[in-house]
Design a protein around this ligand. Structure first.
Ligand code: S3P
Length: 439
């Protein structure tokens, strides 16, 4: 089959140092903030993937000049009200929930209708979770079947501040509301279940009038009108969600050791490290520093001598939300039964990911009990595969593809894994790095 790969050889033990590509969440946020800034913004190590190119195309449609060379990028911001709203603008979010949801927060004062479209995967995802809070500011929405793309948004110059309870732990919803709240004359109040806080950290670094108070489960965020955003240069650290695949590969093999350099280890993103450490994987952070409010370090991981099962505390869920598929592979090799619950949000991703995680484990011969929001995984410390497994039709979910490849490299068997183009959305270098590890 075209666009599929065959993996039928395990990786031999290795000792390596690698770098993975730039953080996707930070890359998209840097582009959006830069487009609103008053001046020239430069980035290094921007992730160059389809989601990011779609973000650049979106701001270009709104009249912002961008020069992209290799992975350095220059954006000529035109100020907080600098977008040019021509008639009939269509923004194609392609596969990216982050782009398509965050940008709506910037468009709440548009004076023309703007249409947002996306690919098949994005078109089955929930946009009501964004249009509901943004409507309260005064923007008008039309959605397919009141929930889906394509949607149109028409903004207003008479935006009103809002009070908003974000209770899904969605950083996309929280961030879109922060962007919208910056445009009203009053003060908006957000009470958000914990989720990644890159938007808030960027606001703080830019000294915008936003105050965050945190308590155990919620953040209280107060947002006032933003008059100006100064230009921001950013050296994007590597993405822990991309590093995750190689962390797990190393931990599942024997006698291996891996260092991944300069990774964003923002505590709202390191759920995978917490979970794997509890399962007995030797992981250490080295060369820790803080850059523009973000914590960055090298991650050193070694093969696990013994993997323990885990009853995962749901408080960790949002900090590991993009990593559960790959974490499930570790549970597959653990001694005992692992249990992950309150994971309904996983089925809201590029594919119904909890179902896909369950499907991959079943193909591997692992016993599971999966409900609509939880999974029990009966681990097998002696797991070795020698059968043929085919993985396809996963709605272009890059993380399903990459998890399947890591399973094949760790447990053996003969795998035919489809749609390798899916990695272009978040991690185009994934297969190149595997070659590097194999060499
Ligand atoms: C993201 C937030 C998360 C995550 C996604 C990136 C972000 O989505 O799954 O990959 O950059 O804000 P939700 O906000 O839907 O949880």
């Amino acid at each position: 089959m075209p666009n599929s790969i065959i993996v039928n050889k395990k990786v031999r033990p290795f000792i390596k140092k690698i770098s993975v590509s730039g953080d996707k969440s930070l890359s998209i946020r840097w582009i959006l903030f830069s487009s609103l800034s008053n001046g020239i913004c430069k980035s290094k190590n921007l992730l160059i993937s389809e989601d990011i190119i779609a973000t650049i195309q979106a701001i270009k449609k709104l009249g912002i000049k961008v020069i992209l060379k290799k992975n350095s990028c220059v954006i000529f911001g035109k100020g907080i009200n600098g977008f040019k709203y021509k008639k009939n603008i269509i923004i194609n979010g392609q596969n990216s929930g982050t782009l398509s949801r965050l940008i709506l927060g910037l468009l709440v004062n548009s004076n023309e209708k703007i249409k947002i479209i996306g690919d098949r995967s994005l078109s089955r995802r929930d946009f009501r979770r964004i249009s509901d809070p943004l409507s309260k500011f005064g923007a008008k929405f039309k959605l397919k079947k009141e929930k889906y793309l394509p949607l149109t948004i028409k903004g207003t110059s008479k935006l009103v501040p809002i009070k908003y309870y974000e209770n899904k732990g969605s950083a996309q919803c929280k961030s879109a509301v922060i962007f919208a709240a910056m445009r009203t004359d009053g003060t908006s109040y957000i009470r958000a279940k914990k989720s990644r806080n890159h938007t808030e950290l960027l606001c703080k670094h830019l000294k915008l009038p936003i105050v965050v108070k945190t308590n155990k489960n919620y953040d209280l965020i107060k947002v006032k009108k933003v008059k100006q955003i100064k230009p921001i240069n950013y050296n994007i650290p590597s993405d822990i969600s991309s590093a995750a695949f190689f962390i797990v590969l190393t931990s599942l093999l024997e006698k291996s050791e891996l260092t991944i350099k300069n990774v964003n280890v923002n505590p709202s993103r390191t759920g995978i490290l917490t979970i794997l450490k509890k399962m007995g994987i030797p992981i250490r952070l080295k060369n820790c520093k803080t850059y523009k409010g973000e914590k960055i370090s090298d991650i050193k991981v070694k093969s696990a001598k013994f993997i323990k099962s885990i009853k995962c505390n749901p408080n960790i869920n949002s900090g590991a939300i993009d990593e559960f598929l790959i974490i499930f592979l570790v549970a597959a090799k653990a001694k005992g039964v692992s249990f992950f619950k309150n994971l309904a949000e996983l089925n809201q991703k590029e594919s119904p990911r909890l179902k896909w995680g369950n499907y991959i484990l079943k193909q591997m011969g692992i016993k599971t009990i999966c409900t609509k929001d939880s999974i029990k995984i009966f681990g097998n410390p002696d797991l070795k595969l020698n059968k043929k497994i085919i993985i396809r039709n996963f709605m272009k979910d890059h993380r399903v593809f990459m998890t399947s490849v890591i399973a094949a490299l760790s447990f053996g068997g003969s795998w035919e894994i489809h749609d390798k183009d899916s990695i272009k959305t978040s991690f185009p270098d994934f297969l190149k790095i595997i070659k590097q590890i194999r060499s």
